[in-house]
Design a protein. Sequence first.
Length: 86
Amino acid sequence: TTMGVVAGLLVQNALKYLLEFGVVAEYLGYNAFKNFFPGYALYPNPQCEDSKCVDNQKAYKAWKEGKGAGKVLKGWEEKEEEKEEE
């Protein structure tokens, strides 16, 4: 079924992350009506109504600015450089 195929793709994405190879998709979904696999980056919502969500966003931002956030995967440096060039 479609759900099994998407689950297999998610497992493949997890293996790419864990084994540090290929391009890891930040989001993977499937639109059956259009037979389309959308892929895009997800960002936090600064206007989130959940107070715990906002607290976690602030804590992560402070951690990242404090140089506590290192590179997670090989190749992400290029992604960040591309964003800076745009």
